[in-house]
Design a protein around this ligand. Structure first.
Ligand code: IPE
Ligand code: IPE
Ligand code: MG
Length: 252
């Protein structure tokens, strides 16, 4: 927070990440630091979601994937789960008109069937209202975990092998990618985790094979435009080698 102001003009607009994924962590600690209840941290976190979505859209980033609620988060106290569900429904209802105005298209990733009916309806209405949008693709991960997703994919592939429409020899990396909920979405170029933890917490394990990882101690409610721009600048200073040598990358 004491970092110098960042100049957005220093971003190289020709080298933006196509896909940014974010593990939005630290709402609870943000609240605790202020002697507030955790739900107030989650409510404040919604402001960050709106702010970062708007900035990503304004910059022309194509895909923004937000980890909003994990499969493991169902284990939290029921009251906190209820608050989060309520907040998710409320936010999507409130923000949909602005998303439409900004040409942002909502996609839902995860076991949406597990969410309360009212929230599912709100999400579905948001998805329907933004179906025609062609700007930023906003992927919201709810009741999502990577192992859940990969397990599902394996079941579908096994079913095809069982019925004879696919042979084991025909299974390639794209056979697997095509059964994930991120089908048709390029892998994240940049994965950001706020809140200071250095872990992936069951998020996009397959898709992040070659993503650049960016960890920041900033708690999600404090993650402002400067923080996002700082992450983008850091990304632009990396050399993505994909297994090759630095010389090879430079020749390309
Ligand atoms: C992230 O903040 C929000 C969700 C996981 C839904 P946390 O609630 O995990 O905040 P901390 O990690 O306890 O500070
Ligand atoms: C990861 O945060 C999940 C989301 C941000 C939705 P957690 O706070 O649940 O992660 P862990 O449990 O500390 O790894
Ligand atoms: Mg957390």
């Amino acid at each position: 927070m004491n970092d110098p102001k960042i100049n957005p003009d220093s971003i190289d607009m020709t080298r933006l990440p196509v896909h940014v994924a974010i593990i939005m962590d630290g709402n609870g600690r943000w609240a605790r630091q202020r002697s507030m209840v955790r739900s107030e941290g989650h409510a404040e976190g919604v402001n960050s979601v709106n702010r970062i979505t708007r900035l990503a859209s304004d910059l022309g980033i194509r895909y923004l994937t937000l980890y909003a609620f994990s499969t493991e988060n169902w284990k939290r106290p029921q009251a906190e789960v209820d608050t989060l569900m309520h907040l998710i429904g409320w936010t999507i209802r409130k923000e949909t008109p602005d998303l439409v105005k900004n040409n942002v298209k909502i996609h839902l990733l995860g076991e949406i069937e597990r969410l309360p009916e009212q929230v599912r309806n709100d999400l579905e209405a948001g998805r329907e209202a933004t179906r025609h949008c062609t700007g930023l693709n906003l992927n919201i991960c709810l009741s999502y975990s990577s192992r859940w997703e990969i397990t599902n994919a394996m079941r579908k592939i096994a079913e095809k092998v069982k019925t004879g429409t696919l042979s084991p020899e025909q299974i390639t990396e794209s056979t697997i990618s095509d059964e994930l909920s991120t089908v048709n979405i390029p892998d994240p170029d940049l994965l950001i985790r706020t809140g200071g933890e250095h872990r992936i917490s069951n998020f996009l394990l397959w898709q992040c094979a070659y993503s650049e990882l960016y960890f920041t101690p900033v708690l999600w409610p404090d993650f402002d435009n400067d923080c996002f721009i700082r992450a983008l600048l850091d990304y632009q200073n990396r050399e993505r080698r994909f297994g090759m040598t630095s010389d090879q990358v430079k020749q390309n």
